[in-house]
Structure formats: C-alpha cells, structure tokens
Design a protein around this ligand. Structure first.
Ligand code: RNT
Ligand code: ZN
Length: 420
C-alpha cells in the first residue's frame, strides 16, 4: 500500500528517535479492549424484573432518545459501534442482560442457555465475551448489602448468583475457545458511619471463598476472576466493604485478579502510579477505563492525560500480558453510539500513544542523570505527528478516520435510533 505523505513523514520522525511506527501501529491494533455492554441502554438490562429495585450506587443521567430496549436492538448498536472503532474487541456482558425470551429467570438460577443468543452473536461476529455477575438493581440488594450481608438468606443468594455467573463464563470461554474475564463488583456499603466495619468484611471473605476460592466446579483456567474495589458510591459515601485495601489483599491471598476502575479513587487520585506497585505482587489486573468528573460519574472516556499515563505505564513495564482492558462508562445525555465510539477510539489512541513511547531512550536518559533531557523528550512526544499514525491505523483497520465516523452515527441515528 502506498503510504500517504503525512504518514510517511511521521514514520521518518518517529524513526529518528528510534521508534518503528508501523510496528507500534500493529501492536496497538492487537491489544484486546472489552467493550461494556451497558452504555447502550444506560445499565437497564433486559431482565423481566422481579420487583422494584434500588440502583446500587451507580447512576446514568440524561434521557437522550434511542436507548436500546431489546437484545436485538443492543446487538445492532454494538455492530454499528464495531464498524467505527479500530482494533481487537471483546464484549463485556452483565448478567442482567440475560436473554430469556420474556421469561422471568431468577439471578441465582441463570444458566448458560440464557446467554446462548449472546454466544451465538459473539461467534458470528468474532467478538469474544467477558462476563459480570450483577449484584445490584435487584430486590435482594435493596438493603445495600449483597455478598457481605449479615442476613444469611441474602448472602447465600448472592453466592449462588456468583457461582451461576462463573459457570456461564466457562460456557462463554468454551464457546469462544479462549478464556472469559469475570468481574465481581458489589455495591455493598453504608451511607453513614456503620457501627461495625468488621462484620461485613468478614462476611465478604466468607462469601468470596465460597463462590470463588473454594468453589471447585468452575474451571479457573477458563473463568478468570477479578474483584473491583471502590471508595464510595451514591448511598455508600462513608463505607464501602470492598475497598482497595480489602480487595487487593483478597486477590493476592487467593491468587485471583484485581480490578481498578479509574473512577473509584479520591477525586484527584489517578491510577497510573498503582500499576507498577500492584504488578510487583499481583498476577493480573483488570482496568475499568472510565472518566470520573468530581465523583465516580462515569463520563465518556476521552484522550486525556489520565488515559495516556495509564497505558504509558503498561508500555514502560511491558505489562500488556498482565492487564485486561475494559471500558466502563455510561452517559445517557448524548447519542450512545457516539459515546461508545468516542471512548473506544480514545482508548485505542492512548494504547497507540503508549506503543509509540520511546521508553528505552527515556529510561536511558533518566538513569544516566539527564533528567532534563528525559522530561523534555516526554513533553515533546505530545506534539509528534501522532495524528498521522492514528489515521494510518484507522485505514489499516478499515475504519473511518477522525472527522469521518460521526457522519455514520448521524445517519444511523436518523435511520435506526429515531424510530425507537
Ligand atoms: C460501579 C463499577 C462497576 C459497574 C458495572 C456496571 O461503580 O464501576 O464496574 O460500572 O459493573
Ligand atoms: Zn467499574
């Protein structure tokens, strides 16, 4: 293929600093990003509900028209999204997106058959599935506690859901001839000072051990479990049972994965510095790529410093094999297909940006004492002809370039979304 002039010049510029842009571009395309199923419908899901429920501490705000109301509508939307985002993708399905043909199926009773249509879609689109038990938006979660509940009936119920979910994950892994990443996030926590911080955490340990660590019926080579920590939620401002300290320790002691969500820390705290700490000891990390705005607001991900710094850290530690990347945000106030495309394109851009990092040279400069030279180079990387490499990446993937894809969204909005 003939190189465009702009790309050819960019290749030369990167070559001058020892970077092979075409190699970086190919490497960036190969990193799997798991697309969250829940931006399509504002985390509502397709369950036939058992009763009124509380939200579980998360909330999508806005009422932009065009929300997907059925699995078929959602899948049509994912297909549109996938035509607008370059690179390798997976689809991250939540248990509350079960496709049960109008039948009410209790979460503790969910089986692989209730996700058969997802697995079929996954195979025919060559998009492997990941999975999440849904421990929220359910009458059994109304007390604010699930796996950590002091009510044995409630606790046992969610343990059952966890095991059922992990079996579904194994079926998904087999269907995709690979593995399935399973993320456990629970909303458990207290709005105000709990009298007993200890009991809930002890209960959670007991539940996780029953559902994961000591559960022998699930193949751990196929079902890769992660636990997601959090600092606060709506209605759990004072105390969250599954804190970072708690889950980091749990994951480490039970040899399972740890999930870091970019919105789950103090408002000015970022996660890039944590990667090299956790990966000294942990086996693997799952990253929930999100954008907090003053709180865990789950804004659409953009190509900002937080995102760049996160992937730069993975590149500088060559840790791509130890991290799984998944998007997690939901904005109901703008076109949802565009929300997906913006966030997934930004994620892939940040991966490419990291692949183009002159890590070896930066390390050499720094360790030789030339800290100013290192800082200068880091800053100058931001104004390299990155856009030309990104355009080439889009072209190679057969995906519309910046400035082109939004028209596709507008057409889809007129043709499909407007009719909902
Ligand atoms: C909530 C967590 C969790 C959810 C999804 C829907 O704060 O980030 O990952 O967003 O499971
Ligand atoms: Zn998350």
């Amino acid at each position: 293929m003939k190189k465009t002039n702009e790309y050819g010049l960019a290749v030369e510029r990167y070559k001058k600093i020892g970077i092979d842009a075409s190699k970086a571009l190919n490497a960036a395309l190969a990193v799997p990003v798991s697309l969250h199923c829940w931006q399509v419908d504002d985390v509502v899901g397709f369950e036939v509900k058992a009763g009124s429920t509380s939200g579980g501490g998360i909330m999508a705000t806005g009422n932009y028209p065009g929300r997907a109301r059925t699995p078929a509508e959602a899948r049509a939307d994912y297909e549109k999204v996938l035509s607008l985002v370059p690179g390798k993708h997976r689809l991250n399905v939540h248990a509350l997106y079960a496709d049960t043909n109008g039948k009410q199926v209790d979460r503790a009773e969910l089986k692989p058959e209730h996700f058969e249509s997802w697995m079929k879609w996954s195979r025919s689109n060559a998009v492997p599935l990941d999975f999440n038990p849904s421990y929220f938006a359910h009458p059994m979660a109304d007390s604010g506690f699930t796996l950590s509940s002091g009510d044995e009936r409630v606790r046992k119920y969610w343990v059952k859901h966890a095991v059922a979910s992990r079996k579904i994950a194994v079926a998904m892994a087999k269907s995709n001839k690979g593995v399935c990443h399973v993320n456990h996030w629970i909303p458990d926590g207290a709005k105000d000072l709990p009298a007993d911080r200890w009991g809930y955490r002890a209960n959670l340990t007991k539940s996780l051990d029953e559902a994961i660590a000591n559960e022998r019926s699930v193949d751990k080579k196929l079902c890769i479990d992660y636990v997601e920590s959090k600092l606060f939620g709506i209605g759990s401002e004072e105390y969250v049972v599954g804190s970072t300290e708690y889950y980091s320790s749990y994951a480490l002691s039970r040899k399972i994965g740890l999930c870091m969500d970019m919105g789950h820390y103090h408002p000015t705290e970022t996660i890039h510095d944590k990667v090299s700490s956790f990966l000294q000891f942990h086996q693997r990390l799952l990253l929930h790529v999100s954008r907090p705005m003053r709180w865990d607001s789950d804004h659409v991900v953009i190509f900002n410093d937080d995102l760049k710094n996160l992937f730069l850290e993975i590149a500088r530690g060559n840790a791509w094999k130890k991290v799984a990347i998944a998007t997690d945000y939901f904005d109901a106030s703008i076109n949802r297909i565009a929300a997906y495309a913006i966030g997934l394109r930004a994620t892939r851009k940040a991966i490419l940006f990291a692949m183009l990092d002159p890590s070896a040279e930066l390390k050499r400069l720094y360790s030789s004492g030339d800290k100013a030279g290192c800082l200068a180079m880091m800053d100058e990387m931001k104004t390299m002809p990155f856009g030309a490499v990104w355009s080439e990446l889009c072209k190679k993937a057969g995906i519309p370039d910046d400035g082109e894809w939004m028209d596709e969204v507008r057409k889809y909005e007129k043709k499909v979304l407007a009719g909902r």
